[in-house]
Design a protein around this ligand. Sequence first.
Ligand code: FMN
Length: 202
Amino acid sequence: MQPVNLSIIYYSATGTVHALAQAAAEGAEKAGARVRLRRVAEQAPREAIDANPAWARHLQDTAGVAVAGHDDLVWADAVLFGTPTRFGNPASQLRAFVETTGALWYQGGLAGKVYSAFTASNTAHGGQESTLLALANTFYHWGGIIVPPGYTDPVQFQAGNPYGASHTAGDGPPGEVALAAARHQARRVAGTAALLKAGRAA
Ligand SMILES: Cc1cc2nc3c(=O)[nH]c(=O)nc-3n(C[C@H](O)[C@H](O)[C@H](O)COP(=O)(O)O)c2cc1C
């Protein structure tokens, strides 16, 4: 049985979502998946980035992370998307990537894969759920199999978001609970994709 191919495609300006993405990668790898960790291309003007030292630093620090392309979707049995909340919605940088996939979608190349998403916002009620649900609209259009974490692990009763791992960045960098929730979500996504892959191969 071939291992599950799992792509983690994320955007992060100042590193919070990147930290969740790395935790998700650990969780998926531990579950036996082959993992591609990919950032989407930055779209913001250089002046905007340079006006925020944390943003400029993170962009520089992650220059070595490969940029997401369509092959990362085609290759994947499962895709985990990560995005900060932007006024209650996914970041435009991630949307820009998603909105390049029209031809792939039309050919059916995005259907039947497992999808899930994680996020960060500055405040606890700042739009984590609306961001994840907005991204899920796209998964429906793609004919995806949406796998949320729900309350399927004890950590979820501490992390508290059944829609996807989430962190409140205003409290500081993600701590062990948020990172464990991201690992759990990735394990669950990889495990579900493995069952589907085995069923399809049978
Ligand atoms: C344009 C913009 C809009 C934002 N909108 C929200 C928001 O609606 N709610 C919120 O709590 N935080 C909001 N934030 C804060 C970001 O969500 C927060 O900085 C982000 O989750 C940090 O993730 P990162 O370190 O991966 O970039 C916004 C930030 C920016 C720049």
